[in-house]
Each structure stands twice: as C-alpha cells, then as structure tokens.
Design a protein around this ligand. Sequence first.
Ligand code: SF4
Length: 231
Amino acid sequence: MNELVNFTIDKKECMSTKGKYLVDAAAENGIYIPTLCNITGIQPRGACRLCTVKVNGKLTTACTTPVYNNMEVENESPELQDLRKSIIELMFADGNHYCPYCEKSGDCELQAIAYRYRVTVPRFPYSFPKREIEAGHPLLAKDHNRCILCKRCIKAVKDDDGRSIFAFARRSHKLTISVDTRLSHVMSPEKAAYAAEICPVGAILLKGAAFKKPIGERKYDKKPIGTELEM
Ligand code: SF4
C-alpha cells in the first residue's frame, strides 16, 4: 500500500503519496507550480528550472524532488517569483517569440506563464538570433526561433521501436533540436499531432492545421494557466 506523507507548501498543510514528485503532489493539493518541461509520468530532468522552490530553505526543482514527511516548501515568495520571472524573460530575450502571429498563441504555455508572472519588457537584451525553420518534414514544421530547449519532444516522442524522433544537436549557444528525417517521414499523423501538442511553444507545428482553432477559443484565452488547479 502507498504510504501517505504530510508536508506544507507556503504553510498550507498538504498530503500526498511518498515519493511522488513535488510538482504533481502540489497539483493534487490545488497548488500550481509552473513548469515548461515536465510531463507527468515521464522521468523529469529539471530542464527549464521554472519549478524552482525552496525545500527546507534550499533551492531545488519541484519536478525532480519527491515528497517526504514534514518537508517545508516555499513556492510563492517574492524571491522565487522574481527568479521565475527572470527565467521567463531570458527565454523571450534568447529566442524570437512574436506572439501576435504565432499559430500557438492562446495555446502557448510560455505566453500563458508570462502573463501569469506579468512579464512586460525583459530585463535582458534581446539577442535576435538567426534561426531556421525546417519545413521539409511531411507532417511537421520545426521553427527553431521559438524552441526553448525544454526536451519534452526528446523525452516523449518516440517511434514504435522506442527510437527518439527528436534529439539535441550541436553545443553551447548553438544547441538546437534536430529531427530525424528518416523517422519523421514515417511518423504517424497521431504521433505528429502529439509532438505539436506537447511542445509548450509554437516550435513544432502540424502542417495543414494552422489556425484551425480560432483565436478566442484557445486553451488559455478564457482560463489563465494554473487557475484550473486553484479554483
Ligand atoms: S521543439 Fe518544443 S518540445 Fe522540443 S525542445 Fe523545443 S520547445 Fe521543447
């Protein structure tokens, strides 16, 4: 039988199953901890760092930290809010995110989280990188301008033999996501749709589906991110 543990988040009493990752345990207790890389059920890597919290006074990522008895978690302090805001600002400054004409606008998690943290002008200079758009795959387009290197596609999108369709290529500031051309040519429409869906931004797009869902009817148009847990 699963062992239950008690802990607090911002002094609120919480309960969950021992070993469950904090980001999921918080959600069970109606508390939102932001993340742009985590997918529940897939081994977390702490790639985006947005879920940074303090556990017993020490900074850690909530997606990689299992809950245990009597842990004290700080989630909403001004220090953590500003840390997260700075990470979001860095993502905007580091890529080319032009929301008004992005197909993912309204469904984009980065955009929704930026609204939640009231990001206006980043404190960092924009780098305006020159990045490619790959449109040579039959079902998908890959826009490197919007990629935040969250690794979701690498971890979650595999072919039927477990081979990764997406992978990291190059290093350092040139780090990018490459798409296996051979596998992308035999990818099923369902898998392509899943890849576009789990990408938190508009970096993986389904060909032929642009703006199918009208603006105003998208996921975060009516309900801001995180509020589905908090209401
Ligand atoms: S393509 Fe999308 S899912 Fe893949 S790393 Fe970039 S932002 Fe993440």
